[in-house]
Design a protein around this ligand. Structure first.
Ligand code: GLA
Length: 691
């Protein structure tokens, strides 16, 4: 007997089938099927043959492949009973319930008193499958692995793009062959981490940003994930995501985080746009519009807070166009360097004898909002908090410190209450619109309760201070995922304010993140994390590609630099209403030295293309830059916004250098733009308008 279900829209179809009441398998996932397709026939037709050297029936590559079926690969559940014996459930169909955009399927193993529930949704408009697995047990059991609903990827895929990274180099991508055996990532850091963004894109050799097929995944969880991308000996391929194995525990109720997955027939951009829109319009709640231009004082003053200096800096930042001033680390306890005071969330009277009010008043008078830095989950041994409550620290006493700090046990209600009270106190007594919430080390104990405790604390603060926006930072981009984004409004993508590095990081992050929540700041002339010296035009245009801000001492700017920054900031402000709602489309540059993208308004009426030349090209002249996402029949007027940046060595007369260009979408997408020659470490900015 076959039961079948279909989740689909005009972009994709997922067909699930349960054979003889066994766990459901995705028998089809790909382009939208025509209405009227017979699902039962399709399910039966998907059953593969059996030959020598195999068991007599192919174990289902189900939403939770089972050990009891002798599944020849990673199973979806690994569990033990109270005495440690492995549990080998055989789940059978119990019930189904349809919701407006999804489906809940319940399966049970009555002999073991276990039930397995799959919550499956296809998000309207954004076309993401949002999938969760729940396991309920009558008895206390230990779960070593519970995958979110497991999906197969078809045989015509052959490659995957995986994410790694490090401090100052988040979202590194690597394209690997999908080969027999498994590619496993099990993140033991206790946080999302720079090195383990929980994403995967499965594709084939021909998939590019703008064309080809892709299956993209993201696990929305901040406590560290495990991923398995496996090709079985029989040729089938599966993708599993769940909590990092070290973080799992005993209990009766277990639930995976949501796994977001989508099929794209239009290259990586097809998937990226859905993730970007979903984050912007559905995951992030209540981000202020228009997005204010930030000023963050970290790289200007570090721990040296002097009221008069901060006021002078704020005045200059406002003059450059900043609208929100974020007071970073150093305002609390006796925090003169990073060896002390985390946990003591009281204003340092040595630095602020009259509290923060004089600074806040000054900032408000300049028309800016005031924001402040916290790192709530951390504690220094040299703090009143640690002296009073050494028992609140997570992990062993002799653990290795990280940035001289320890971690608070966020599963402890007393810890959460203490943090809530102190943060709430600062928020109540000061006019604060924004928190930069940091998390600067990996955890000594990998435990899901730590991330849940963090979620609980943020949720409580959000509900009591709904007007306060929060930025998720973790030494830059160490905690970026849809779990944290449900509770915050912006991410600090990286501690690298090096615009060249930033070009690469923000470009790769756009596979999942929209511009409106991705912070990007104009750093100091001499970059503090790379040692490079970069021109203000590169720095300014790079920040203008995302949620713009500044993070240098503005007093270092020459008048000419300040003028450039003022101009780019005004340009950003004039365009942010539509740009922060636009899709970021990554362009397939034919020159590996060029990182290019096009931000296209939702209604297609306008766009802006940014093309950064990160190093000298191998060939003499710029290769035409092919645009994407335009109406082939439509006509567009294009203008090179910063044509005055063309150097004297550009001696010819490409049209865009001197005048606007009118052309069809077809020409712009097929031939592409011929841009003037320029120096490396520059960005061309081209505005386009549909006529
Ligand atoms: C982390 C953050 C930085 C800054 C410092 C302050 O490194 O990523 O942006 O806030 O902490 O100590």
């Amino acid at each position: 007997m076959i039961r079948s279900w279909h989740l689909g829209d005009d972009r994709q179809s997922l067909v699930l089938a349960s054979f003889d009441d066994r766990l459901p398998e995705a028998v089809y996932w790909g382009p939208a099927l025509p209405t009227g397709e017979n699902l039962e026939t399709l399910s039966a037709a998907a059953l593969a043959d059996v030959t020598g050297g195999m068991v007599d029936r192919n174990a289902g590559l189900s939403l939770c492949p089972e050990a009891s079926e002798s599944f020849p690969g990673q199973t979806g559940l690994t569990a033990r009973n109270a005495s440690g014996a492995p549990l080998m459930p055989s789940f059978r169909f119990e019930s189904e319930a349809a919701s407006e955009h999804g489906l809940t399927l319940v399966f049970a193993d009555n002999s073991l008193d276990l039930s397995l529930v799959f919550d499956l949704v296809l998000t309207p408009e954004t076309s993401l499958l949002k999938l969760q697995t729940r396991l309920e047990s009558a008895d206390e059991i230990t779960v070593d692995w519970l995958a979110a609903p497991v999906l197969p990827v078809p045989a015509y895929t052959g490659e995957m793009i995986e994410f790694s990274g490090r401090w100052c180099a988040e979202f590194l991508t690597r394209r690997l062959p999908f080969a027999p055996g498994s590619r496993v990532r099990d993140n033991r850091t206790g946080r999302t981490d720079h090195a383990h963004f929980p994403g995967l894109v499965v594709c084939n050799a021909g998939t590019s940003n703008t064309a080809g097929e892709a299956f993209a995944f993201h696990y929305g969880w901040s406590g560290g994930h495990k991923m398995v991308a496996e090709e079985l000996a029989d040729g089938r391929r599966q993708v599993q995501f769940g909590h990092a194995t070290a973080s799992l525990a005993s209990g009766r109720h277990f639930v995976s985080a949501p796994l977001y997955a989508t099929y794209s027939a239009t290259g990586f951009n097809g998937a990226a746009v859905r993730f970007q829109r979903h984050v912007r319009d559905h995951v992030v709640q209540g981000a202020r519009t228009p997005r204010p231009v930030h000023y963050n004082c970290w790289e200007a003053v570090y721990f040296k807070h002097d009221l008069d200096e901060l006021k002078a800096i704020a005045s200059q930042a406002a003059d450059l166009g900043a609208e929100r001033f974020v007071l970073d680390d150093g305002w609390f306890g006796r925090r003169d360097d990073d060896t002390s005071s985390l946990g003591d969330w009281v204003i340092d009277k040595r630095k602020y004898p009259d509290g923060l009010t004089p600074l806040i008043d000054h900032i408000k008078a300049l028309g800016m909002e005031f924001g402040i830095w916290f790192e709530p989950e951390m504690v220094n041994e040299d703090s009143d908090l640690c002296r009073a409550h050494p028992d609140w620290v997570l992990g062993n006493a002799d653990q290795i410190r990280g940035r001289q700090q320890l971690v608070l046990d966020m599963s402890n209600q007393e810890v959460r209450d203490y943090l809530y009270d102190h943060i709430a106190d600062v928020l109540k007594n000061n006019d604060i619109g924004y928190i930069k919430w940091d998390h600067n080390r990996i955890l000594p104990v990998v435990d899901a309760e730590q991330a849940e405790g963090f979620y609980g604390l943020v949720d409580r603060l959000r509900s009591d201070f709904p007007a306060v926006e929060i930025e998720s930072c973790s030494s830059g981009g160490g905690r970026i995922d849809f779990g944290v984004l449900e509770r915050t409004h912006r991410v600090w993508l990286s501690d690298s304010n090096d615009a060249l590095e930033r070009q690469r990081i923000q470009h790769d992050a756009a596979l999942f993140l929209p511009a409106s929540i991705t912070g990007s700041h104009v750093g100091p002339r001499h970059c503090h994390t790379s040692g490079r010296t970069l021109d203000i035009r590169l720095r300014a245009w790079t920040a203008a590609q995302r949620h713009m801000g500044f993070e240098m001492d503005p007093r270092e700017l020459s008048e000419a630099e300040a003028e450039t920054l003022r101009n780019v900031t005004s340009w950003w402000k004039a365009n942010r209403d539509w740009m922060m709602q636009a899709d970021i489309l990554r362009l397939d540059s034919t020159d590996p030295a060029v990182i290019a993208e096009q931000q296209l308004a939702g209604d297609g009426s306008r766009f802006v293309a940014f093309a950064a030349l990160t190093r000298p090209s191998d060939q003499i002249l710029p290769r035409p830059l092919r645009l994407t996402g335009l109406d082939p029949q439509g006509r567009y007027r294009l203008s090179l916004v910063n044509r005055d940046e063309a150097p004297r060595l550009s001696r010819g007369a490409p049209l865009l250098k001197h005048q606007d260009l009118e052309a069809s979408g077809q020409y712009l997408m097929s031939h592409g733009l011929t841009l003037p020659w320029r120096f490396p470490e520059t960005v061309w900015v081209v505005e386009g308008e549909r006529l």
